[in-house]
Design a binder for this molecule. Structure first.
Ligand code: MN
Length: 282
């Protein structure tokens, strides 16, 4: 099922080119979207068929008419994979000589939850003169609380997948600083529940800046796949419903500038395009 948050914190099911508004049906409180989202993830487990039947409703919009918001309305934490593709490690060593180790050695890092933004929102460059890069990634959201989750159990904890941009200033500051500016984690276009994804570790994904293809990867090349990422972060640390994991980026990262349009496409998940604007005075 494809679940989208749209317009004024409404919740809907995406069905081809339509979006069916289920805000009333699932008692979604638009003033408390995060609480409502956590409740909906619980509800989904045992009421999937009922939700599926709501697709027939006439209370629908054309998908092209609505403003899509981040499909996870807020999050307690964003765990992100640093060097999780070997070819990305190679390029970082060629350009910056700063990636001697992979995720196997350094594990994951935290991005600020307030960096989360939606598939219709611009990326706001925080300062002039710093190189800011795109990183195309597969992201997922955790559906239930867990700790010491094994890879064999991980699928039960992953509620759904989306395309994710891990926007990153290059520089010598701490990684979590460089990646935590407002709007630096756009996700979308909607959330695809994990029961609809055959194998999250075999998905093609691509990123364009304007019309130039910059990244062309497949999650089969992940060093830590989705399940292993979840195992790693829950070793003696607890994940909660709504926590997000960014699985890392393949080769092809590069700078974005004011006026650019950044498009990400993930196979079986969807695509979105966001503009880049300047947040500083010129
Ligand atoms: Mn990244």
């Amino acid at each position: 099922m494809k679940l989208a948050i749209f317009n004024d914190n409404q919740i809907g099911i995406v069905d081809k080119e339509r979006i069916v508004d289920i805000t009333e049906n699932v008692k979604w409180d638009k003033t408390k979207p995060f609480d409502s989202f956590v409740q909906l993830m619980e509800y989904y487990e045992t009421n999937k068929e009922e939700l599926e039947s709501m697709k027939q409703s006439e209370d629908a919009y054309s998908l092209s008419e609505v403003k899509l918001q981040a499909p996870v309305p807020a999050t307690g934490k964003i765990w992100a994979a640093p060097v999780n593709y070997l070819k990305h490690q190679e390029e970082m060593n060629q350009q910056f000589n700063n990636a001697p180790r992979t995720i196997k050695d350094i594990q994951l890092f935290l991005k600020s939850p307030s960096s989360l933004s939606g598939p219709s929102d611009p990326i706001v460059l925080p300062m002039e003169g710093s190189r800011t890069d795109h990183e195309a990634e597969l992201g997922f959201v955790v559906g239930k609380k867990g700790r010491n989750i094994k890879t064999s159990e991980a699928e039960d904890y992953i509620f759904g997948y989306f395309a994710l941009l891990d926007i990153s200033v290059r520089g010598n500051e701490e990684r979590s600083w460089r990646k935590s500016f407002d709007t630096f984690t756009p996700i979308g276009p909607y959330l695809v529940t994990s029961d609809e994804i055959d194998d999250p570790n075999k998905l093609d994904f691509k990123l364009w800046v304007n019309d130039e293809l910059r990244q062309d990867g497949n999650t089969r090349h992940l060093i830590y796949d989705c399940n292993k990422c979840l195992e790693a972060v829950t070793q003696n640390m607890t994940v909660y419903p709504g926590d997000i994991i960014a699985t890392g980026t393949p080769e092809g990262v590069g700078p974005i500038q004011e006026g650019d349009n950044v498009k990400i496409h993930v196979q079986d998940v969807g695509e979105f395009t966001v503009p880049v604007i300047a947040g500083y005075q010129k």
